[in-house]
Ligand binder design. Structure first.
Ligand SMILES: CC(C)(COP(=O)(O)OP(=O)(O)OC[C@H]1O[C@@H](n2cnc3c(N)ncnc32)[C@H](O)[C@@H]1OP(=O)(O)O)[C@@H](O)C(=O)NCCC(=O)NCCSC(=O)CC(=O)CCCCCCCCCCCCC(=O)O
Ligand SMILES: NC(=O)C1=CN([C@@H]2O[C@H](COP(=O)(O)OP(=O)(O)OC[C@H]3O[C@@H](n4cnc5c(N)ncnc54)[C@H](O)[C@@H]3O)[C@@H](O)[C@H]2O)C=CC1
Length: 708
């Protein structure tokens, strides 16, 4: 609802009341309409202030209403009524003014913001555009380039930037409502003619056609198939070229195409999934709302290679004291330099002071004795990790949490090396650890709920999307990656090229195809794992048995490349060619194509035409099938957990909602039918056999997601 009160004898104060973020639900919209009418009819009221309760102006339209039969007064006439009022309407912005919230404020004649407030039009991140006049008013207020930037990226701006851009009229460090009330009194009675943004001409944009062509090219490149950014550019173009009323018509048409789109549903699902994963639970009864995390003031990191360095930076940036241990002197020296460089660059980006003084370096594990939490990031070698965990168990103070950043190894086995296995969890960061948003918190059967709660809370403080998952080989993300990679290799054997497979995946929306990613992370990483698993036989034998390992189809292609010293970008050659070792730009490699042809001849394989659809179905459905298996085993608590992991850690296109949501969009029956089809053609590939949960869901007609 919206509360109306008279303050300072002549100011009508309208307070938006819909916790937690004052989203513009039907009830709130009705409340605003009623309160505005009251204020305009009351002769005692000379000016009006609109604010939000509990320190937040408004988080925008109520996203939960989308997709339902929306009732209540529509936003657009409500905002027009505010703008056309003959008494000054002032928005008092505290906390956030986002989406419809900012559009409401843009309908007001003046905007006063608290210095800590943040403003933005994030609709594009939900697959929409600012369709309550935002796409037409903002360019008129701040000019086309600045408005286009905010609308196509959805980024939030600080109050200071909003003032500089001209979105707000004043910024205060004091009580925003008091400041707005005073301000409204000072302008009461003045003409409002120059204050109605819809009447402003849009500032002239030089070289309009070229400007919008370039803008469209840019969003198409970065949107990777997302439709909302494209519609946002079209809407702003309408603002720049059409009178306001016609621009509004165009805004509405564009919104109509977005509003019911699958992409909007997927993006809105991601918004809630990102929040849902914070409400974790474990099979042993641990829960987010009943488990109390332990305080963490000092953290330690063991091993300062690629991951340890990033983790150290992320911890220091969170404000913790960090003890960083590395046994190799050369690595330690390099790590110190790298960490201070990363901290400096991070501070420059955020406009904050660097924080290297919070880090103590040591070559000796004894230095971690005072830490509340330790994260081990030494080589992926079980014997080494066992030794480190035994040492930690001896050295650390009682109650210290012992975490491992292992990508795949058994957490419970590591816990068994310590005196307090209940204090051991996985904290699986993703490279680069100070940048990537995802953190898998892996609990073993003996991990205490307090240990899980502590790691989850620390992840949140570090700005990560933390997802609690059970203990199995590869946990959730890497486990699902295995069948995906496997299918990509098989497709090469059957006639595809790395370019074809990557193109299909990139067209689907991944930032990089599977072979480019392999080149980036290093082909030797998987090779080492396959060797440790006893899968690698050196040299190439021929005949079908050469491609069967442990009773299932196996492709030695990756191993053969590694034997040639082709480790990817680091060696300048992998699935692609690079101009030098460490080069970043991939080129098609004729050698690789001849190699594939020779390999097929040697193996008696006849290349056939593989199309993009087969690439997507085999790679993605095999990955999704593993996701169902993971759900069935209870390794992930729900589909949101898997989807969040893939969207935030593996580049799954957000506008497709994550693999499990995508399966629902495609239709579970179709996914199962295609898997069955491919499994019949390839009976030696168990990852193509639909798992029993998928079969049961299809048989019962049940859905995995209530949104679908
Ligand atoms: C606001 C925040 C910055 C706060 O952050 P924080 O404090 O960290 O809290 P959170 O944990 O994020 O949130 C707490 C809690 O609140 C829920 N929540 C947050 N925002 C919303 C919201 N807007 N709606 C509903 N619920 C919300 C959140 O989920 C949490 O709950 P939980 O999930 O249970 O844990 C932060 O929350 C934030 O960033 N929020 C989102 C801001 C945002 O994106 N706003 C934009 C919303 S979209 C919008 O405003 C669009 C419009 O206004 C346009 C409307 C026009 C509609 C016209 C329709 C016409 C259609 C025509 C087509 C016709 C088709 C046809 O012809 O049929
Ligand atoms: N590289 C990646 O992309 C990711 C790696 N991981 C995991 O993180 C862990 C570390 O991986 P990377 O950082 O890539 O390895 P790395 O090889 O870059 O670094 C490991 C570091 O540990 C040091 N070290 C070895 N034994 C030590 C000991 N006893 N005490 C202190 N330091 C010791 C080494 O000298 C080296 O500097 C592995 O378990 C890996 O599986 C997890 C996610 C992603």
């Amino acid at each position: 609802m919206a509360q109306f009160s008279l303050v300072s004898a002549s100011v009508g104060l309208i307070t938006l009341q819909n916790p937690p973020v004052n989203a513009l639900s039907a009830v709130l919209r009705q409340g605003i309409v009623d309160a505005v009418e009251k204020a305009l009819c009351d002769p005692k009221v000379k000016s009006v202030v609109i604010c939000g309760q509990n320190g937040i102006f408004c988080g925008g339209a109520d996203i939960r209403e989308f997709g339902t039969n929306m009732r209540g007064p529509p936003l657009i006439p409500m905002i027009h009524a505010i703008e056309s009022a003959n008494k000054p309407m002032v928005a008092a912005i505290e906390g956030s003014a986002l989406g419809g919230g900012l559009e409401l404020a843009l309908g007001c004649h003046y905007r006063i913001a608290h210095s800590q407030a943040r403003l933005g039009l994030p609709e594009v991140t939900l697959g929409l555009l600012p369709a309550a006049g935002g796409s037409q008013r903002l360019p008129r207020l701040i000019g086309v380039p600045a408005a286009l930037n905010l609308i196509t990226t959805g980024r939030h701006v600080t109050a200071a930037e909003a003032l500089q851009l001209g979105i707000v009229d004043q910024v205060t460090d004091h009580n925003t409502v008091d400041a707005a009330v005073k301000f409204s009194q000072s302008v009461a009675g003045q003409s409002l003619d120059g204050r109605r943004i819809s009447t402003y001409p849009c500032p002239v944009q030089p070289n309009l056609d070229a400007f919008f062509e370039e803008a469209m090219l840019k969003v198409r490149q970065s949107a990777r198939g997302a439709i909302a950014p494209v519609a946002c550019v079209q809407a702003v173009r309408a603002a720049a070229t059409l009178p306001y009323a016609q621009g509004m018509k165009r805004e509405k048409e564009l919104m109509a195409t977005l509003f019911t789109s699958g992409q909007a549903r997927a993006l809105q699902y991601c918004f809630f999934a990102q929040r849902a994963v914070g409400r974790w639970s474990t099979p042993s009864g641990g829960r987010w709302d009943t488990s109390k995390p332990r305080p963490v003031h000092t953290a330690a990191v063991i091993g300062l290679g690629t991951m340890g360095r990033g983790i150290t930076v992320a911890l220091a940036q969170t404000g913790l004291s960090v003890v960083a241990v590395e046994t190799q002197v050369k690595q330690l020296t390099e790590a110190k330099q790298a960490v201070s460089g990363m901290l400096e660059r991070g501070a420059t980006r955020r406009g904050a002071a660097p924080t290297p003084d919070r880090i103590t370096y040591s070559e000796n594990i004894q230095a971690v004795a005072g830490a509340d939490l330790v994260i081990e990031a030494v080589f992926e070698d079980m014997a080494l990790k066992e030794k480190v965990f035994r040492q930690l168990s001896d050295v650390c103070k009682p109650g210290a949490l012992l975490c491992t950043n292992t990508s795949a190894l058994d957490i419970d086995h590591l816990a068994s090396q310590t005196r307090n296995p209940e204090l051991v969890v996985g904290m699986h960061f993703f490279a680069p650890a100070h940048v990537m948003k995802l953190l898998e918190v892996v609990y073993g059967p003996r991990s205490s709920s307090q240990a899980v709660a502590t790691a989850m809370q620390l992840g949140k403080k570090m700005g990560k999307i933390s997802v609690a998952v059970g203990n199995c080989r590869g946990f959730v993300g890497n486990r699902m990656l295995k069948p995906y990679l496997e299918q990509a290799f098989f497709l090469l054997e059957e006639g595809a090229t790395p370019e074809l497979v990557d193109r299909a995946l990139e067209d689907f929306g991944f930032p990089m195809g599977v072979f480019k990613v392999s080149d980036l992370s290093g082909l030797d990483v998987g090779w080492r794992v396959r060797k440790a698993d006893g899968m690698v036989e050196s040299g190439l034998s021929t005949g079908p048995s050469a491609r069967i390992r442990q009773g299932r189809r196996y492709s030695p292609l990756g191993d053969l490349l590694c034997e040639q010293g082709r480790f990817g970008q680091k060696t300048g050659r992998g699935w692609y060619l690079y101009d030098k070792p460490g080069g970043r730009v991939s080129k098609s490699d004729p050698w690789l194509h001849s190699f594939l042809e020779e390999y097929r001849v040697q193996q008696g394989l006849v290349a056939r035409r593989v199309d993009q659809q087969e690439v997507l179905e085999r790679c993605l459905f095999a990955l999704i099938n593993e996701g169902f298996q993971i759900l069935e085993e209870g390794i992930a608590a729900g589909p949101e957990d898997i989807d969040a992991i893939y969207v935030f850690g593996y580049g799954w296109p957000r506008h497709r909602g994550g693999p499990m949501f995508y399966a629902g969009m495609v239709g579970l029956a179709k996914v199962m039918e295609r898997l069955d089809h491919y499994h019949q053609a390839h009976p030696d590939e168990p990852s193509l056999q639909p798992c029993s949960l998928l079969r049961r869901l299809v048989a019962s007609g049940k859905k995995l997601h209530s949104q679908l």
